[in-house]
Design a protein around this ligand. Structure first.
Ligand code: KG4
Ligand code: ZN
Length: 301
C-alpha cells in the first residue's frame, strides 16, 4: 500500500492499525491457544513512531488493562529491538554492546541489564536504514529498498565502486555524506551512459552495501576496544542484512567476540520483541499508569 507513495503514509498507517488491531489480537490469542482471561499483563509500544499508529495501540492496551484488571506495560521500540536478542534460548550475558540499526535509528547501546541501557554512539544525521532506502530510491527501486539492495548485492562485486568512509569523532555515525557521494556518482555516470544503473545494478548495490556495513562494523569494533566489552549483539531492521550478519560473524571470530544476532524474523519490526521486553518489565514490576502518554519522538537512554 505504501510502496506506490515511496514511503509510509502516516494517515494510511493509522487507519490500517484501526482496522487490524482487533483481528490481529484475536489471531495472536488463537495461535497462543489462550483466552483474554489468561493474560497476566498487556504491553504496547509507547514510543517512538508515527503518533497515529502509536495512539491506536496505546488506547487499545489501556482499555484491555482496565477491562481485565491486569497491569499495563509501556515499551520503548528501540529497547525492544535490543531485547529481541532474548527471544531464543541462546541469550547474551550482560554487559554487552548492541548495534541497533533500523529505518530511523543507528545506535551503539551499552546494556547492563534489561532496564539499564545507555546509548554511547549514534547517527548525527540519517539512519543506516535510511541510507539503504534512499540509495535504493536513487536506483529506481521501490520502498523499502534495503532488502532489495541486499538481494541484488549478492550477485555483485562489492569492491567495484568505492564510496567514502566518513570521519566522525568518537562512536557516532553519519550517513548523509555517503548518500550525497552516491547521488553525485550516479549523476556523473549517467551523463556518460544513460543505462549505467541498469547495466551495473548488482555491482552498485554490492558497493553501497559494502560501505554502509563497513561504516557500521568499524565503529562497533572501536566501541568494543574502548569499553573492553566483547559480547556483541545486533538488532533492528538492518540487522536482517546478509552482509552485516556475515560481517559481524567474521569480525567476531577475529576479535574473539561472543556474537548474537536475532533470528531473521525478529530483526525487522515485530510484536515478539515488544512481548519479550514486557516479560522482563513484568518480572521487575515496571508497570505504567493509565495516564501514560504516547510519544512520537521520545529519546531513550
Ligand atoms: O526496525 P525496522 O523494521 O523499522 C524501524 O524501526 O525503522 O527497520 C526498517 C529498516 C528499513 O530501512 C529497511 O530498508 C531496513 O530496515 N532493512 C534492510 C534489510 N531488511 C530491512 N536493510 C538492508 N538489508 C536488509 N536485508
Ligand atoms: Zn524498528
Amino acid at each position: 500500500m505504501h510502496e506506490s507513495y515511496g514511503g509510509v503514509v502516516p494517515e494510511l498507517a493509522s487507519r490500517a492499525h484501526m482496522q487490524n488491531i482487533v483481528p490481529v489480537v484475536d489471531t495472536a490469542l488463537q495461535k497462543a491457544n489462550c483466552k483474554l482471561e489468561d493474560l497476566d499483563a498487556i504491553a504496547f509500544t509507547q514510543s517512538p513512531g508515527l503518533i497515529g499508529a502509536l495512539l491506536v495501540g496505546a488506547q487499545f492496551a489501556k482499555s484491555l488493562s482496565l477491562a481485565l484488571d491486569i497491569p499495563l506495560i509501556a515499551v520503548h521500540h528501540m529497547q525492544a529491538h535490543v531485547m529481541a536478542n532474548f527471544i531464543d534460548d541462546s541469550k547474551p550475558a550482560f554487559p554487552f554492546l548492541c548495534l541497533t540499526v533500523s529505518g530511523g535509528h543507528t545506535q551503539i547501546v551499552l546494556c547492563h541489564s534489561p532496564s539499564d541501557m545507555n546509548v554511547i554512539g549514534e547517527s548525527i544525521d540519517d539512519a543506516a536504514g535510511e541510507a539503504f532506502d534512499k540509495s535504493a530510491k536513487m536506483l529506481g527501486l521501490p520502498y523499502p529498498g534495503g532488502p532489495l539492495i541486499d538481494k541484488y548485492a549478492r550477485m555483485g562485486n562489492p569492491l567495484r565502486f568505492n564510496f567514502p568512509e566518513p570521519q566522525i569523532p568518537e562512536l557516532d555515525y553519519s550517513f548523509s555524506g555517503v548518500k550525497t557521494a552516491i547521488l553525485y556518482f550516479l549523476q556523473e555516470q549517467k551523463k556518460q551512459n544513460e543505462n549505467f544503473v541498469e547495466e551495473n545494478l548488482a555491482d552498485i548495490c554490492a558497493s553501497i552495501q559494502e560501505r554502509i556495513v563497513t561504516i557500521l562494523l568499524n565503529k562497533l569494533r572501536k566501541a568494543s576496544h574502548q569499553t573492553g566489552i566483547t559480547t556483541i549483539c545486533l538488532a533492528g531492521g538492518v540487522s536482517a542484512n546478509s552482509s552485516l550478519r556475515k560481517g559481524l560473524q567474521n569480525m567476531g571470530e577475529k576479535n574473539n567476540w561472543s556474537a548474537f544476532i536475532p533470528r531473521f524474523e525478529y530483526c525487522t519490526d515485530n510484536a515478539a520483541m515488544i512481548a519479550i521486553t514486557a516479560h522482563y518489565k513484568f518480572l521487575a514490576k515496571e508497570f505504567s499508569p493509565l495516564s501514560v502518554t504516547s510519544n512520537a519522538r521520545a529519546r531513550w537512554e
